[in-house]
Design a protein around this ligand. Sequence first.
Ligand code: PMP
Length: 383
Amino acid sequence: MKYFDHAATTPPHEDVIRTVAEVMAQHFGNPSSLHRSGEDSGKLLSKAREVCANALQVSPEEIIFTSGATESNNMAIRGVLAGYRHRGNHIVTTSIEHPSVYETCRHLEKQGCKVAYVPAQADGTVRTEDVLSAIKEDTVLVSVMHVNNETGAVQPIAEIGQALKKLYPRVMFHVDGVQGFGKLPLSIRDSRIDLYSLSAHKFRGPKGIGLLYVREGVSLEPLLTGGGQEGGLRSGTENIPYIVGMAKAVRLAAERQPFLAEHLARLNEELSEGLQRLTGLEMNSSRHGAPHIVHFSCPGLKAETMLHMLEEEGFLVSTQSACSSKRSEPSRVLLAMERQMDCALSGIRISLGEEHTEEDVRQLLSAIEHTMGRLQRLKGGNC
Ligand code: PMP
C-alpha cells in the first residue's frame, strides 16, 4: 500500500518512536514531584520546551504543551475571548478554517459572540483587505490558518499580521499553523502572530500532543483548571514521553523544511501536471499552494467510490479532509470557494510525504486515470 494521506497524519519518525519508548520506560516521574525522579522529568520537560522554542524562534516561556491543535485552537480562541471580554466579543475568521476553529466560532456565536467569516477566492485564499475590513470596534481576535487542510491554499499570514498590527495593534492574531509547519517557512515574530497552534502528528511526531505559542504579554484564560501546570494555562500532569517525542519531531521538521519543501514541490508539479491532462477532472489546488497537497474534483463521480477503487489498486488517498470524510456532505471549503455542488461532493485530496518518489507519483497517476476511466464507463461516459 502506498500512503498518500500525509495531511491527515504522518508516519512517526523512527527517532521519535525510539525517544518516546525510552522516555516512557526510563523517565516516568511526575515533574511536579519534589524528589529526584520528578526533577529528572522536569529537566526533560524544560529541555523539550527549549527545543520547540528554538525551532519556532520564540522564548521557551511562550510555549504551552497541549493535547494537539484542536485543544490549542480552542484554547487560543476561547482563552482570548475570555481574557479580553472587557474589549468586546467580536471575532474575525475565515470560511475555510479547520472545524476546530470554525465549529468553535459557531459554538461561541450561540453563546452571544459575534463572528465574521471572511470568504475565500476561487483559488482558496482570503484577501488581506477583506480580513481588515471585517474588523470592528469590538473585535478582539483575528484567526486565520496558514495552509488550508483540504486544498493546500496558503494564506497571506505575514501580510495580514503586519497590516493588522499597524492598523489595530490591540487585536490579537491567532494562526492555525498545523498544515504549514515543516512544509513552508513562517516567522512567528515577523508575521506579528500572538498565538500559533501545532499538532505533532502532522510532522512525524506522536498523536495526541501539540502546542500553543502564546506571545508574552497576551492575557489568556485557561480552558482547564486544576494543578496549575504549564504556567497555569493548561492544568494536568504533563505527558513527558510525547512532549519529548514532539520536541524531536519539531527539531527534525524545522531543520529539514527547505529540503522537504523542494522534494514535495517537484512531486506536486509532476502530479498536478499529469492530473490536468485528464478529462473530467477539476483542480482545486493551485501552483501557489503548499507543496504537500494536491486536490481535485471529478464532478459527477462519487469521491468515496473513487477512494475505494484507488485503495484496491494500492493507493491510500482522502476525500475532503480526514475530519469530515466520514460524512458524505459537500465540502464547506469548496463551497466557500464557489465551486458547484457536484464539485464540492467529489473532492479527492492527495497528500505527499518525504518517502514518495517520482515513480510512486507516476504509478498513482496511472491508477487515477484507470479508475476514472472505469467510473466514467460505469456511468455511461457521463462525467
Ligand atoms: N487544524 C488543521 C489545519 C488540521 O489539519 C488539523 C488536523 N486535521 C487540526 C487543526 C486538528 O489537529 P488535531 O486533530 O491533531 O487536534
